[in-house]
Design a protein around this ligand. Sequence first.
Ligand SMILES: NC(=O)C1=CN([C@@H]2O[C@H](COP(=O)(O)OP(=O)(O)OC[C@H]3O[C@@H](n4cnc5c(N)ncnc54)[C@H](OP(=O)(O)O)[C@@H]3O)[C@@H](O)[C@H]2O)C=CC1
Ligand SMILES: O=C(O)C(=O)[C@@H](O)[C@H](O)C(=O)CO
Length: 279
Amino acid sequence: MEQQVTFHNGNTMPKVGLGTFRCPEGEELVQAVKHAIVSGYRSIDTARIYDNEQSVGEGIRQGIEAAGIDRSELFITTKLWLDDFGYDSALEAYQASLDRLGLDYVDLYLLHWPGQDEQLYLDSWQALEKLYNDGKVRNIGVSNFAIQHFERLLQVASVKPVINQVEFTPYLNQKELRDYMADKFIIAESWSPLMNGEILTNEVVMNIAEKHGKSPAQIIVRWNIENDVVIIPKSVTPSRIEENLDVYDFELTQEDHYELDQLNEDRRVGPDPAEYNGH
Ligand SMILES: NC(=O)C1=CN([C@@H]2O[C@H](COP(=O)(O)OP(=O)(O)OC[C@H]3O[C@@H](n4cnc5c(N)ncnc54)[C@H](OP(=O)(O)O)[C@@H]3O)[C@@H](O)[C@H]2O)C=CC1
Ligand SMILES: O=C(O)C(=O)[C@@H](O)[C@H](O)C(=O)CO
């Protein structure tokens, strides 16, 4: 199976990356990012609101050196938090993220949530378009956008988002949103894909894992990528970091997919984008 997705602009992104939410600045995170890169990860996801961009940057530098690779082989994502929304503040926030990361560009910059002020996310998107058109960021996208947010954004956008990072789990399969995005060639990316561990003890997931001789987490990663969804499971545990990327030697059956699809109950673990304003 191909290990990268291709965006509508022709750029590519690894299907599996490392998440870093709830990882504070510090040596544990530096070592996790470094270990991920040495283990073969090429994609790392962070955000201004995680307050960890400095350690992610340090992990990237150490990982690049230890793995003997070039920065250009990595795909780094960070995100614009709601407090920084607005045209000028978005441009400033991007530079501040780069400074903390110690990078001169990121591969993907996302509007983190739509928030509740339509004009503000449209203004912020214009700033991301400027960064993109000026060659300061490789790709721009959104996170937590529902269909109604896309309908508004796409009326005025001159650059279409390449990706939408949303909650996507067997309990919340986002079928309508994914079909809408597929129609517009916008890639889906899942956050909290392991439901912070909750989904790993689901009986259906555990049975499929046993049948394939794989772990429940590997079943979830595989279910994501076989659904064309980019996935960024978070772990600071070296063996789990390796395990979550070791998914290219088996395939789920049609029956596995059917059983996993039956788990949908449109249940979120995170906030609802229709209501969330960052607090
Ligand atoms: N755009 C958005 O609004 C959001 C984006 N995100 C992004 O998505 C990423 C992933 O989501 P997140 O909320 O962190 O949660 P995940 O669903 O990825 O779950 C992470 C938890 O699962 C554990 N874990 C990881 N791998 C395994 C494994 N193989 N076996 C057993 N347990 C495992 C981790 O433990 P341990 O670390 O101890 O190994 C951690 O406790 C975030 O880190 C962030 O980058 C998340 C939420 C919202
Ligand atoms: O993790 C993220 O990327 C989020 O946006 C959310 O989890 C948010 O920061 C939050 O804490 C919601 O309660």
